[in-house]
Design a protein. Structure first.
Length: 550
């Protein structure tokens, strides 16, 4: 970092990023609108299902159909984020759900709940392509020294809309009904699509250098191709991951034969594989016989032609994460999932707390649920801001903060066990969300600064897949615990508290035994300044990789 010391975040830095980066500003505003509609949808769906069917398991089904698509489509979503234009992916996946959500307004009977589940699955299947594309695009439009600010502001868009959107959602569902909430959500999708449309053509396509790097000489053009020292370093260590830069947008479509002879002491092998390049500037990722995958060429149909090829390409991201020198990256990819095991059950229990007569001192069930989720928003907003003041944007300090965030979540669940009024529930919910939002923000940031951009879509898709499995399991648990095991709300909360304590101990051990020990042995894990990369050889880059250990 500049001036020989690491910068701490302040409001002036956030304001400078928001006002000075128009593309990031449009992306953020689109996310704000999108999140507002999502909360209207969420509150309406939970209250509608609870009203039409009293089974606790049906509430868990709502969570299942919301998160299962992210796992189901993860192999394709990561490839799309890496190979297709991310701006157009965002436009399409914001516009299409508007029609789907409008159909939700027609559901009013218990026998139609299966239709609701189908429509929700379609809606969030589209969302499964939006999130990896958007997160992978962020490092291309925001410089590394501002990335932690951008990631935090991205979290604000969710947390602020959680506070306001949940309250508005409770009011709309209570006064106007669930149909009105769904129609407002459809409108929010249309507005978000317009914001995404405003950045089309202004952001880098696949294989193009980030906006902040285009004025630097980190990339050099030779025969209309792009090469980077960082890519060479990655290839020299993991030769079976082939990343081919592409020709410019004005090039004619062509197919060329690329011969790559790679000799590496860890995995010697030669490959000679045809690579495709298109006039749309698409990136062709060459998969060798080691992965068993074939590079996608052409339109969307090739990307979706089969999961075998896509899973083979996804294994490249997995190979990068699990390489011995990158064990830390593999560990960081587990953060969101383990956090989800702690907070996900709260979404079901929040509905049940709101349904308790003694908790409804602030209004009816819908309004009470809105206030509880508003507590979620307050905690999510305050957590990253508070911890950014005391945490430097480096791997070891950020992971240490995540460990204490797990401790906060455990403490919050203890509060829910003994809660006797709505204010204890709201405060405990806010504290829990403070911890979960911090883990979410920092886990994203640590991966963004450590993973090559060409593989970020795949790594984020793998991370999302694991997180989704954890969310599904944690979301179904309360329904099974209360419907089949006949546990009370408080007993179910006690089970989750034990799980939170286990996760806290696990990450404390990971931090102490791997990350902190490595930092004490080799010095602090510093995030590489992008301007340093141009002057380093491949071997020097590998020696400076933050997670490389003896």
């Amino acid at each position: 970092m500049e001036e020989g010391e690491r910068q701490r975040s302040d409001m002036a830095a956030y304001l400078k990023l928001f006002t000075g980066n128009s593309i990031f500003r449009l992306m953020l505003l689109g996310e704000v609108v999108n999140n507002l509609g999502s909360w209207l949808n969420y509150i309406a769906t939970l209250t509608l299902v609870e009203r039409l069917d009293k089974s606790k398991l049906h509430l868990s089904f709502v969570l299942l159909v919301r998160f299962l698509p992210y796992f189901f489509w993860a192999p394709v979503a990561g490839i799309v984020a890496d190979r297709r234009r991310r701006d157009w992916t965002m436009v399409i996946t914001c516009a299409a759900p508007a029609l789907v959500v409008s159909c939700l307004a027609l559901i009013h009977r218990a026998q139609d709940l299966w239709v609701l589940y189908v429509l929700l699955f379609i809606q969030f299947s589209l969302g499964a392509f939006y999130d990896p594309a958007r997160r992978a695009l962020m490092p291309q439009v925001v410089p590394p020294e501002q990335l932690h600010l951008a990631t935090t502001m991205d979290s604000w868009s969710w947390s602020l809309m959680s506070a306001f959107g949940a309250s508005i959602g409770g009011f709309v569902a209570s006064r106007l009904g669930s149909s009105a909430a769904y129609l407002l959500d459809a409108l929010s999708y249309v507005l978000a699509a317009l914001f995404a449309l405003a950045i089309v053509g202004r952001v880098p396509g696949p294989g193009e250098p980030p906006l902040w790097r285009q004025s630097q000489k980190l990339f050099h053009k030779s025969s209309d191709t792009l090469e980077s020292p960082a890519a060479e370093a990655l290839h020299s260590k993991l030769p079976f991951i082939e990343l081919l830069p592409v020709k410019s947008r004005m090039s004619d479509a062509m197919v060329t034969q690329v011969n790559l002879a790679v000799a590496d002491e860890d995995s010697p092998h030669d490959s000679s594989i045809p690579a495709a390049e298109s006039s749309a500037g698409q990136v062709a990722a060459l998969q060798t016989e080691r992965t068993g995958a074939v590079a996608a060429v052409g339109g969307w149909g090739v990307v979706l032609e089969g999961f075998r090829e896509e899973l083979g390409a996804m294994r490249e991201g997995w190979a990068y994460m699990t390489f011995p020198g990158n064990r830390g990256i593999a560990a960081l990819a587990l953060l969101k999932g383990t956090s989800a095991c702690v907070w996900m059950a709260a979404d079901v229990l929040n509905v049940l707390y709101a349904a308790m007569p003694r908790m409804q001192t602030l209004g009816n069930e819908q309004l009470t649920l809105g206030f509880i989720f508003a507590g979620v928003g307050v905690g999510c907003f305050c957590g990253p801001i508070m911890f950014n003041w005391i945490t430097t944007p480096e791997v070891v300090p950020m992971l240490r903060t995540c460990v204490w965030a797990f401790a906060l979540m455990c403490t919050a669940w203890l509060g829910l066990i003994v809660a006797t009024n709505i204010w204890v529930v709201i405060i405990s919910t806010a504290v829990r969300s403070l911890g979960s939002a911090t883990v979410y923000v920092y886990s994203t940031l640590m991966l963004q600064v450590q993973v090559p951009n060409a593989l970020q879509g795949r790594v984020f898709a793998i991370e999302m897949a694991f997180s989704t499995v954890a969310q599904i399991a944690a979301g179904i648990f309360p329904g099974i615990a209360m419907d089949d095991l006949h546990l009370s709300v408080q007993s179910t909360a006690a089970c989750v508290t034990v799980n939170a304590a286990v996760m806290f101990v696990f990450w404390l051990l990971v931090y102490m035994c791997y990350f902190k020990r490595g930092a004490d042995k080799k010095g602090s894990y510093e995030l590489l300044d992008q301007q340093e990369l141009g002057g380093l050889s491949a071997n020097e880059l590998l020696e400076k990789r933050p997670f490389q250990q003896d």
